[in-house]
Design a protein around this ligand. Structure first.
Ligand code: CA
Ligand code: CA
Length: 285
């Protein structure tokens, strides 16, 4: 077990708020209500149909909807959406460490439609928006089959840390199967496979001893919800990165990634499957 403020000389400096961008699908009113002050707000923007801060986005208060090209609208859904489940898993993980004390501000950027389809151009625009508005971490519980120089260059040039789902096609990404941004293997990105409670790869999870960094629990079990996949293991790693950033606000993405990977617990069953051959669990940091 490593102290989370290991990179920092003053151990009590663990209250810095971290802005975390979720580039994902839609979100429900329920999620909005649960977030309360954990929701990022653009303080220079009012809901008045005027682009008050002149950033090119009118009334971008909580982020931006790149599909409908407007402000984020919260849905009244009976079933939680992909975006809701991603945030639920993130918050559950952060709160294991911090209780109700809020360490994060969540910025919402919608790029994926109801059929799970997203365009690279929207992902790129969302990344740029996140960067321009101060996000430190970008959670990408999405992947694309389309190799795109601009997507690669946008991530590579960013100062943010990217936590990326490895995808759910049961494929070894060291081979030809396309899954981006995982296959770009960038210094400021961590690719995450999905594991079950025993630390084994889920049957559906992609992997690759030269492509996928680490595993994390990718199963959500609740009284009413059951979902699994790399979309839900990625936000657990995002949660751990949030805690590290909040204790070490002067660290850059590469240092946070390095520190995170020092906390990996190796597993024999992950040998030759993942770069680190191990998993990240919030109980270990
Ligand atoms: Ca604006
Ligand atoms: Ca406005």
């Amino acid at each position: 077990m490593i102290s989370v403020n290991r990179l920092n000389s003053s151990p009590n400096n663990c209250n810095e708020k971290v802005i975390v961008a979720f580039i994902d699908s839609s979100w429900s009113n329920e999620t909005k209500k649960g977030l309360e002050e954990g929701l990022w707000c653009n303080i220079n923007e009012q809901p008045n149909q005027i682009d008050d801060d002149q950033n090119g986005f009118t009334d971008d208060i909580y982020g931006w909807d790149f599909i409908d090209k407007g402000q984020i609208k919260f849905m009244s859904l009976n079933d939680l959406s992909h975006g809701d489940l991603v945030i639920k898993n993130y918050i559950d993980s952060v709160q294991k460490h911090t209780g109700n004390e809020s360490r994060y501000e969540i910025m919402l950027l919608r790029v994926m439609n109801e059929d799970g389809v997203c365009k690279n151009s929207d992902i790129i625009s969302a990344i740029r928006y996140a960067e321009e508005n101060g996000a430190q971490i970008c959670n990408l519980s999405i992947s694309t089959y389309h190799d795109d120089d601009e997507l690669r260059a946008t991530i590579e040039a960013s100062e943010m840390l990217f936590v990326v789902a490895a995808g759910n096609e049961s494929e070894n990404l060291d081979g030809d199967f396309p899954s981006y941004p995982t296959k770009y293997k960038l210094k400021n990105a961590i690719s995450v496979a999905a594991l079950d409670e025993t630390g084994r790869l889920l049957e559906t999870s992609n992997y690759g001893k030269n492509s996928v960094d680490v595993g994390a629990l990718g199963v959500i079990e609740d009284e009413s919800i059951i979902a699994e996949g790399t979309s839900f293991s990625a936000p657990k790693v995002t949660a751990m990165a949030t805690i590290l950033y909040s204790c070490n606000p002067n660290c850059d993405a590469i240092e946070i990634k390095k520190e995170l990977l020092l906390n990996v617990k190796k597993k024999r069953v992950l040998k030759n499957k993942l770069i680190t051959e191990g998993l990240l669990d919030e109980d270990d940091i």
